[in-house]
Ligand binder design. Structure first.
Ligand SMILES: Nc1ncnc2c1ncn2[C@@H]1O[C@H](COP(=O)(O)OP(=O)(O)OP(=O)(O)O)[C@@H](O)[C@H]1O
Length: 305
């Protein structure tokens, strides 16, 4: 079942088309990340989806409900608020109670305490939000987004400003939520984080979706050749030369850096043949490693420059 369907969505500010005709959908329980350079249109998109900004054109359907009836489903979605939307005089727990009321959900105090504990604020329940660091505010915002057990959660940069340990805790929390069938739509600049926790990614560039798919799909589309590195040992030099000659005939490029040989191939079907020739030339193979295209490689693709 689709948790979110976006069709031809655009947002024009006075002088700027920030989001330009984007379409995509999210399956229930999916963790989907939008990434892009500064100013690509990520926050504008997430703000339209979460009801903070009105689109200029296009349609949004959330949890089978058209955007214009968003009020009916506001209790079923969670939104990480902008850093400025906090009441400094309230304590963390008062803040949670207040937003539970605003959202119209009846949340027991212990469930709100559990949420604050789940984001690592268990020891700060009674502290005023005004005394919170940026990272603590972010955690409070994530706890706030989780009030009322929402089915779909929008998280704009959930781990920016968090220390390494806290970021890890939030990533684990996101993965746990997804395993419970909760759908997550997030933005992030942290490519490693996206690789670790997201099922699908869309790359936004000047308001348009440039690429979209699972990491595997993006890697496949990006890969033009297959690069492998073999660690080997030859029984003698003449056998080694013979084997390297045979590799030259099979591969696009071969670079020998004994005890490693780097080989560029057009198709992976050649790999078993390489192993076969190694056996024939009495070459002992210790490892074969295939270069993995990172999301960073894909993101920095020259087409996006
Ligand atoms: N209220 C506004 N009025 C006019 N232009 C705006 C407004 N808000 C954003 N923009 C412009 O729209 C474009 C997209 O901005 P947006 O904040 O969505 O980008 P972003 O991808 O979230 O960037 P970042 O990674 O820096 O947070 C930018 O060029 C920005 O200057």
């Amino acid at each position: 079942m689709k948790a979110l369907i976006v069709n031809q969505l655009s947002k024009e500010y006075k002088t700027k088309k920030a989001v330009d005709d984007i379409s995509f959908s999210l399956e229930t329980g999916e963790v989907f990340a939008l990434l892009g350079r500064n100013g690509a249109g990520k926050s504008t998109t997430i703000n339209m989806l979460s009801g903070i900004l009105t689109p200029t054109s296009g349609t949004i359907e959330i949890l089978n409900t058209p955007y214009r009836h968003m009020n009916k489903i506001k209790q079923r979605i969670g939104v990480l608020p902008d850093n400025s939307n906090y009441y400094n005089e309230m304590t963390a727990i008062q803040h949670m109670k207040f937003f539970a009321r605003v959202k119209g959900v009846s949340a027991r105090k212990d469930s709100l305490v559990d949420l604050l504990e789940s984001v690592g604020l268990g020891e700060d329940l009674g502290r005023k939000v005004g005394q919170f660091s940026l990272g603590m505010r972010k955690k409070l915002g994530i706890a706030q987004a989780l009030i009322g057990s929402p089915e779909l959660i929008f998280l704009d940069e959930p781990t920016s400003t968090l220390d390494v340990e806290s970021a890890l805790q939030i990533r684990q929390l996101i993965s746990t939520l997804a395993s419970q069938g909760i759908t997550i739509f997030m933005t992030s600049h942290n490519l490693e984080e996206i690789e670790r926790i997201c099922d699908r990614v869309a790359i936004l560039n000047h308001g348009k979706i440039e690429k979209m798919g699972t990491l595997e799909q993006l890697r496949e589309a990006h890969t033009r050749s297959i690069n492998i590195t073999i660690k080997y040992q030859a029984s003698d030099q003449s056998q080694e030369s013979l084997w390297l000659d045979r590799l030259q005939q099979m591969a696009g490029a071969v670079q020998c850096k004994t005890p490693y040989v780097e080989i560029e191939l057009d198709e992976e079907e050649v790999i078993p043949e390489i192993v076969q020739t190694a056996v024939e030339c009495k070459i002992r193979i210790y490892s074969i490693e295939r270069e993995r295209v990172s999301l960073e490689n894909i993101f920095l693709d020259e087409k996006l420059a």
